[in-house]
Ligand binder design. Sequence first.
Ligand SMILES: Nc1ncnc2c1ncn2[C@@H]1O[C@H](COP(=O)(O)OP(=O)(O)OP(=O)(O)O)[C@@H](O)[C@H]1O
Ligand SMILES: [Zn+2]
Length: 512
Amino acid sequence: MSLPDTLIGAPLRLFDSLTRGLRDFAPIDPAMVRLYSCGPTVYNFAHLGNLRAYVFTDTLRRTLNWKGYAVNHVINITDVGHLTSDADAGADKMEAAAASTGRSIWDIAAFYTTAFKSDLSALGIREPTVWSVATQHVQDMIAFARAIEARGATYELDSGLYFDTSTVPDYGRLAGARPDDTVGRIAEVEGKRNPADFAVWRRSPADEQRQMEWLSPWGPGAPGWHLECSVMSMKYLGEQFDIHTGGIDHREIHHCNEIAQNQAFTGSGHSGANFWMHNNFLVDRSGKMSKSRGGFTTLASLVTRGVPALAYRMLCLTAHYRGELEFSPEAIAAALTRLKRIAIAVERLKGQTEPAAWRRVLAEAGDSRGASLAYQRGIIEDGLSAKALAVLTEFDAAMANDLGTPAALPLLEAAIADKKIPADERLRLVGSMDLVLGLDLIAGDRRALSVRPEGATLDDDAVEALIAERQAVRAARDFAASDALRDRLDAAGIEIMDGDPLRWEWRPQLGE
Ligand SMILES: Nc1ncnc2c1ncn2[C@@H]1O[C@H](COP(=O)(O)OP(=O)(O)OP(=O)(O)O)[C@@H](O)[C@H]1O
Ligand SMILES: [Zn+2]
């Protein structure tokens, strides 16, 4: 048996927002890729747009693992500091949520953190190595802020400690901004030296106590949002790590500010990360999906309409992460159909082969939390013919090309359908590719893709009874009665699939 311990394959090329181009990826420490992803602000449920950011990060992480790299992945939980406006104005999103619901911030944070983690799990997104919670790192943030203050990178105003963006080289390079560019910035805070200067520490107003505040050399208050990510990325991953990810909105301000702080802290021109990667937006007809805009679509709202979570993962994979992706009922329905077709074909392959030991590897791979998957891949791919291996080579090249999931999916579909490759080998190919795609194609079953919409009027037993009745009248050649039953089932949102082992399934209720 061949058990490779390194499996790099096609050189991985990733788009770096700082240089605005594709670059070959090479880890700083070959033994461990260090990856930081800006996490959710836990004041509400994540919307599908937020979740796109984590499907992207997970695809990156899985691709790195698939190629043989071990990954130390940190995702933060922002439970303090993120304001309703990027221009350092407005309330803390957490404080505002607490004020409008009458619940404590801590309750809100705990509730939405749990909801977020369960969304990730439903989407097959692997847990990071470390979840770093902002409020658990405030002392680290104060120490960091003191250090950059000592280096002369900050100044104090009544409202707190501010970062002087003129003290670092190339401020705003990530955003592609010119030095005098003040796009998106309004000097709403009186006394700022430069419009782009931002709060490192927000002092509580004298007449107001915030629910979340800490003592600091600049008075009681709370850390700025940008400070969190500089501090937690550095704490867990070092002053220079491999990849920092976030949504494209972070490219303009949040990440520029993180970079400025990192440069002030280390005294070097280095941004902190070797690659800055950003996913583009999920949009709907009226623009960027956002919590702030209201009326947003959550993963749970899809599931209650009868759409399994993995259909949304599939939708994300159909688009390149750097392109906008439009969410619509038609688009999610098409993604679900595509996923079902694949699952049906995989089910057939499973029926043609003996359950083999390699399948266990897939379950265990999910638990290996960032460890290299080279060993597991060796087991799954053991004994593959040259033709099957050629498919993997192509798949690897598609993914190595800046995570080309839209090109990789048709390779999966073609491999499943390729009768020249024996069924067992095709199933192994699916297993290997699914380490990257995360669609739960081997352990999961096609039945799991049929979800009862909350608005359904029948339960499973009632459906089974009607179907049995229909079979009985058909056997008696009473086709009129059979058609009437079929119409009744159809009106109740059930699709009958004569000749399909599943026999029937729920139709998603995606009407507006
Ligand atoms: N419509 C979207 N499409 C893709 N990614 C998004 C979208 N909206 C936010 N993100 C990303 O989701 C991640 C989590 O963001 P966070 O929880 O802080 O959301 P937020 O900024 O409060 O949301 P909103 O902008 O909806 O108010 C970030 O990486 C952010 O860039
Ligand atoms: Zn961040």
